[in-house]
Design a protein around this ligand. Structure first.
Ligand SMILES: Nc1ncnc2c1ncn2[C@@H]1O[C@H](COP(=O)(O)OP(=O)(O)O)[C@@H](O)[C@H]1O
Ligand SMILES: O=C(CO)[C@@H](O)[C@H](O)COP(=O)(O)O
Length: 493
């Protein structure tokens, strides 16, 4: 029997790093090492120190090796999938000049509006980049930096996304992939390259940016001796370009293959995202038309307030996560520090419909309903952008794949079922971002196609949940509250 080979997929997301050690032959998950991140900031600011991500990556790999008992010499490849959009600003030695501004930092909302206007409006941006600038996109953060910290902008020797920063630490080369690049606001999904006119508009020298590899699975180099020492892995193993976390989950789910194109996925993590793999380039002002890691496209909508916002409401009420009941008359829009979808960067949370007999459990249930409503409403936009009618019975019968930390929670799953009225699949593996990255690593090591690799892997038994009657009353109540409150109460002029 040939010796077992192992690949490592790293998910460096908002709250933590997870390193999945995967048997490259069977796809069996051998261990997941974990290490937490630190996010700081108030009043719209959200920042993390990239050096903490690097240390977390080293710790998570060490924990995974220890838990699995795998010999480091069996590892043949590694890839990183990272939280999208974050602005990492480096000096000439590759050290961060300041903490990274994260995807959920809303301070650059005025810059987003100014950039949209500077190009002549939303449609002009979707035609070029696939996405309209909102405060999440890297380009708006760069503009914010130039206006608010000109000394840091002037001293910048390199700009990276979170996953590029980590990949460069692994392989010593500055390379990104089309998927994560498509979330910057300076990469064109129409041409598959950085957009010179946008770079000029942004006052950004292309020399500061990494090269864009062909796909997330492209082997961009080998693990350097220095990184190998820090990770306890053999020098010279394959390093893939890697990608953004949502793009990586799409690879892990095997979404690019024919039968799963235009099948919706809902990720419940710090962000709530909804996405689908598409062979046609999305161009809708209602969502982000990202590129995927494998050459297809990944139309996606993202909310800022998902699991963390609901956990915050549970903590305020002193309740456990699943000690919740349907909200009844109460409506809670949990837009605690601004929202991205809908675009309400200055919003705060809103509670209406409170009665003497409202229970704490109903209030918590209302927070789940507000978060789930927001992401499901975006799903309808997504389906329309894929040329599908959300009400078409064939489309409505397509199961919703639920992933991310929240998919492990009973109340999340039940609230999605109740408000969507759709069948739901909870994939057997809870770590699809890391598994997708592992498939990119395996593909980089062998030259195979990553989606074919992931599709062939046995990732455990899916839980299939049939459709239940849609709770249209709650849907209408939350929808009309949002409609009526979207003016001054939620910060829209
Ligand atoms: N068993 C569970 N039930 C409900 N929620 C959970 C459970 N486990 C994790 N979570 C939620 O998942 C979130 C983390 O999800 P994850 O997808 O790992 O986040 P991120 O990728 O943004 O770092 C936590 O905020 C927590 O609320
Ligand atoms: O900004 C987006 C997508 O556009 C987010 O989905 C980030 O990629 C962060 O992801 P999580 O940490 O919530 O997984």
């Amino acid at each position: 029997m040939p010796p077992r080979t192992v690949v490592i997929g790293v998910d460096s997301s908002t709250q933590s790093t997870k390193a999945a050690l995967v048997d490259a032959g069977t796809g069996r998950l051998l261990a997941v090492g974990r290490a937490p991140h630190v996010v700081t900031g108030e009043a719209g600011a959200r920042e993390s120190d990239p050096e903490v991500w690097w240390q977390a990556l080293c710790d998570a790999v060490a924990a995974g090796l220890k838990e699995s008992g795998v010999a480091a010499s069996a590892v043949t490849g590694i890839a990183v999938a990272g939280q999208q959009h974050g602005l990492v600003v480096l000096d000439r030695t590759g050290r961060p000049l300041r903490p990274a501004m994260l995807w959920n930092d809303t301070r650059s909302a005025p810059q987003a509006a100014a950039l949209t206007a500077a190009l002549g409006g939303a449609e002009a941006w979707t035609a070029r980049t696939g996405s309209v600038p909102v405060a999440s996109l890297t380009a708006t953060k760069w503009r914010w930096l130039r206006e608010n910290e000109p000394e840091n902008a002037a001293a910048a020797a390199a700009l990276r996304l979170p996953h590029d920063f980590l990949t460069e630490r692994l392989a010593g080369s500055a390379v990104t992939d089309p998927g994560d690049a498509s979330g910057t606001g300076w990469y064109s999904t129409a041409t598959g390259a950085y957009d010179p006119e946008l770079l000029e508009l942004l006052g950004l020298d292309v020399a500061l940016l990494p090269e864009v590899a062909e796909t997330g699975a492209t082997r961009i180099g080998s693990l350097t001796a220095e990184a190998a020492g820090a990770l306890g892995l053999p020098a010279g193993i394959a390093v893939a370009a890697g990608t953004g976390d949502n793009m990586s989950a799409a690879v892990g789910l095997g979404l690019g293959r024919a039968g799963l194109l235009d099948h919706p996925v809902l990720s419940l993590g710090t962000s709530g995202t909804v996405f689908a793999a598409s062979r046609t380039r999305p161009a809708s002002t209602a969502l982000s038309g990202f590129a995927a890691a494998d050459g297809t496209y990944l139309p996606l909508a993202c909310t800022l307030n998902c699991t963390l916002a609901v956990d915050k409401v549970a903590a305020l009420l002193g309740l456990e996560r699943d000690d919740a009941a349907p909200g009844g008359e109460a409506v809670l829009l949990p837009y605690l520090d601004g929202e991205r979808t809908p675009d309400l960067p200055a919003a705060s949370g809103l509670l209406t419909g409170l009665r003497h007999d409202t229970t704490p459990q109903q209030l918590l249930g209302a927070a789940y309903e507000g978060a789930v409503f927001t992401v499901l409403r975006a799903l309808d936009e997504l389906l329309r952008a894929c040329g599908l009618d959300p009400a078409d019975p064939e489309v409505a019968a397509r199961p919703l794949r639920l992933i991310g930390g929240g998919a492990q929670g009973r109340t999340w799953v039940e609230t999605v079922r109740r408000l969507s009225g759709r069948p739901v699949i909870v994939p057997g593996s809870g770590e699809l971002v890391a598994l997708g990255a592992a498939a990119l690593a395996a593909a980089a090591a062998t030259g195979e196609d990553p989606v074919t690799v992931a599709t062939g892997w046995n990732m455990g038994e899916d839980t299939q949940l049939p459709a239940i009657q849609r709770d249209s009353e709650t849907w209408e109540r939350v929808g009309s509250t949002l409609e009526r409150a979207a003016g001054p109460l939620l910060g829209r002029a």
